[in-house]
Write a protein that binds this ligand. Structure first.
Ligand code: HMG
Ligand code: MG
Length: 298
């Protein structure tokens, strides 16, 4: 079995996690969370989104969070951008990296960003041109790669088409999102194998929500194909506001525990991520949700 020696973890908790919280989270708390995650050794922390505050109220104030945090050398702080208006915000805040987000399901694209997949890709083309002009790196997401909350099954052909298009447009990495966490390991492998025919495997990231408890198994399955970038969320925070019932991403603590146990380097301190998880869970008035945090609390 071939497994990567090193895995890059992309921490999405402050964005994918907090975007779905019912309780408003003040800017200072978001800033402190990002700083704690960076302190833990995470080299990519997604900070927030330049989306409409009418659509996702929790991400209002993302520009303030981004400009307020200290930027550490060697750490990337991507921000989600859905269109040209969002890109204006990113440029005004001197953002160095953004993430654009398309879907493999028409119904999800409509619910999430109010346009068709084709229209979204046209909008992203404009965003890409701006990014190039301002020397901003772009990561690309594909949602619903293993199922859609509205359409159910999603065709692998569609996943491949959208992933390939985002890569050809200039995204440096393509994150494959199991938005509602319905995938299982062999299905995840088949999907990644198909995409990897057009996008080099080292450019692919696994972004698996843990709704059905399949996150770690799916990650382990696609790591065996060479995937070495994993998106996860501290304390398993979150979900997607346009995927009702979807729970958070696989918890960063659980991913690190698994990788540590397999001797795979991440450069991240499990203890410090646990501290960050306790910090945000205390604020949200709940117990840290990762399995590791629960086991250690016993
Ligand atoms: P729209 O209503 O179609 O936009 O929304 P519009 O262009 O018709 O403009 C309407 C109003 O919104 C105007 O303001 C615009 O200025 C404003 P008004 O004239 O009415 O005062 N507007 C904006 N304001 C702030 N920022 C912007 C922006 N654009 C327009 N960027 C839009 C289209 C994309 C804005 C909307 O649908 C939206 O914000 N959607 C939110 C999408 C989102 O954040 N979803 C969650 C993240 S995706 C995710 O979680 C999945 C992922 O994790 C991977 C996975 O798990 O699968 C990435
Ligand atoms: Mg997500």
């Amino acid at each position: 079995m071939i497994l990567p020696k090193h895995v890059k973890i992309v921490e999405v908790g402050p964005r994918d996690g907090l975007q779905n919280e019912p309780m408003p989270v003040p800017i200072e708390v978001k800033m402190a969370l990002v700083e704690k995650l960076v302190d833990a050794g995470l080299s990519v922390v997604e900070v927030g989104s330049f989306v409409s505050p009418k659509w996702v109220p929790q991400m209002a104030g993302s520009a303030e969070v981004y400009t307020g945090i200290s930027k550490r050398e060697g750490v990337n702080y991507p921000m989600l951008v859905p269109n040209a208006k969002g890109m204006e915000g990113a440029i005004a805040a001197s953002v160095k990296e953004i993430a654009i987000f398309a879907a493999a399901s028409e119904a999800f694209a409509q619910k999430n960003i109010n346009c068709s997949i084709a229209e979204s890709l046209e909008r992203f083309q404009v965003v890409m041109e701006q990014a190039k002009a301002h020397d901003i790196k772009v990561r690309g997401y594909v949602s619903c790669v293993l199922g859609c909350p509205y359409e159910g099954e999603v065709s692998i052909v569609k996943v491949v088409e959208v992933a390939k298009t985002l890569y050809q447009m200039g995204c440096y990495e393509i994150s494959l999102g199991d938005t509602i966490g319905v995938g299982t390991p062999l299905k995840a492998q088949r999907m990644v194998e198909a995409v990897a025919q057009y996008v080099p495997i080292e450019k692919l990231a696994a972004h698996f929500h843990d709704t059905y408890g399949q996150g770690l198994a799916n990650i382990f399955a696609v790591m065996q194909l060479g995937v070495s970038v994993i998106d996860s969320s501290v304390s398993g925070l979150g979900g997607c506001p346009y995927a009702k019932g979807a729970s958070g991403n696989v918890a960063t603590e659980d991913v690190i525990y698994m990788l540590n146990g397999m001797g795979i380097e991440t450069g991240v301190s499990l203890d410090k991520v646990l501290e960050a998880g306790t910090f945000i869970s205390d604020f949200l008035d709940r117990k840290p949700a990762s399995k590791v945090a629960r086991a250690l609390a016993r």
